[in-house]
Design a protein around this ligand. Structure first.
Ligand SMILES: *Cc1c(COP(=O)(O)O)cnc(C)c1O
Length: 376
């Protein structure tokens, strides 16, 4: 067990507060610049963010007010609605399925691979029906789903593919960036993601430029040129200039932060190699960005023990996410229920995320390592 000294050093689960504190000068300058310009929406900062994303990743990026709105607008742009089924993984943030349900389409939950924790062609194939129109591949914890394997299945079944990149900005699959392989890539720029805004924001990458006018219209309450004409049922989905400015200044720093996350992950992997834990890692052709560092214990008792020990030592660990989405009350009345998602159900209660962030000190990482080792 740890010494009293260990107890004095709390390690946060998330460290974006430290990130913003370090960027304080640049952030205040960016906010000041917006006030000086006097343009609060659809101005130069939004254009800069979109251009920076285009340079970094390619495709046709459009900024949005949140990851949820990016997802919802992508599904709407596909013309999906009541009677259409959209496959989503059982393990993801609720927003993925809410974005589908908001359009009137039915989210259908598919199981995940127990090691990569993402959809696979087999789990997707399991829930395809004649009503399936699209699949939302969620790149979970920072690791992309195997898009190289999923795309041929989608093409074969005539399914549209939306990538939920909220947790995996800057991740790659066979050399291609998250969000540029499917028809749409949707990112969250929530302040706590691997890079972000000052509050809530999002980004959408369209593969096909023809859909851009529709997306812009959907994110602007259905308006086009005139502020008085609403052509379609849209949403208030625009990004604020201050959020765009803060995200634009962080995006060029992202790959460096990912390298720092990967260095911590490497230390964890070395330290825990002999323990009976399933650790996150790169998968064939796919580079992990470690938004989170999920470890899966052998059984519930061991998970409880680890949780108690680390909590006593001041280390904040998160369960992301404790429940399968189809078990949430919000989805219990769905008319269509997918086959039991077995792997996700077994995995979630025994999975916990250890602190990982570029802002953690060497001593904090050491503290996490010795705390976990002390459990065995
Ligand atoms: C954060 C997140 C979202 C939603 O993004 P917001 O910007 O919070 O609306 C969607 N999907 C996943 C997997 C997420 O982690």
């Amino acid at each position: 067990m740890g010494s009293t000294q260990d107890k004095l050093m709390p390690v946060p689960a998330e460290a974006h507060g430290r990130r913003l504190a370090r960027l304080r000068t640049q952030v205040l300058e960016a906010v000041g610049g917006v006030i000086d310009t006097g343009v609060y929406h659809a101005g130069p900062r939004t254009a800069e963010l979109e251009a920076t994303a285009q340079q970094a990743w390619g495709g046709h990026p459009i900024a949005a007010s949140s990851g949820t709105m990016a997802l919802e607008s992508a599904i709407r742009a596909l013309g999906l609605g009541p009677g259409d089924e959209v496959i989503v993984p059982s393990l993801t943030f609720a927003a993925t399925a809410f974005a589908v349900a908001a359009t009137g389409a039915t989210p259908v939950f598919a199981d995940i691979d127990p090691v990569t924790r993402t959809l696979t062609p087999i789990t997707v194939q399991d829930v395809i029906t004649e009503r399936t129109r699209a699949v939302v591949a969620v790149h979970m914890y920072g690791l992309m789903a195997d898009m190289t394997a999923l795309m041929p299945l989608a093409t074969n079944k005539k399914l549209t593919v939306v990538e939920d990149c909220a947790q995996a900005a800057g991740a790659t699959c066979d050399g291609q960036y998250a969000g540029t392989i499917g028809d749409f890539g949707c990112f969250s720029l929530w302040v706590g993601k691997n890079f972000g805004s000052l509050g809530d924001a999002g980004l959408l990458i369209a593969k096909d430029s023809e859909v851009l006018p529709t997306l812009r219209m959907l994110l602007n309450l259905g308006r086009d040129k005139s502020r008085d004409i609403h052509h379609r049922h849209g949403t208030r989905g625009r990004i604020a200039e201050v959020d765009a400015a803060v995200a634009a200044l962080q995006l060029p720093l992202l790959q460096g932060w990912i390298d720092q996350r990967r260095a911590i992950a490497q230390r964890y992997a070395q330290a825990f190699a002999e323990l009976p834990l399933v650790l996150p890692a790169d998968a064939a052709g796919r580079r992990h960005t470690y938004y989170k560092y999920p470890v899966t214990m052998e059984d519930d008792a061991e998970a409880d023990r680890l949780h108690t020990t680390l909590t006593e030592l001041g280390i904040k660990i998160e369960q992301l996410y404790p429940y399968r989405l189809e078990d949430q009350p919000a989805f219990e009345n769905m008319s269509y229920r997918a086959p039991d998602t077995a792997a996700a159900g077994r995995l979630l209660p025994r999975t916990m995320c250890l602190p990982i962030a570029p802002e953690l000190s060497e001593a904090e990482v050491d503290h996490v390592i010795s705390a976990v080792l002390s459990c065995y």
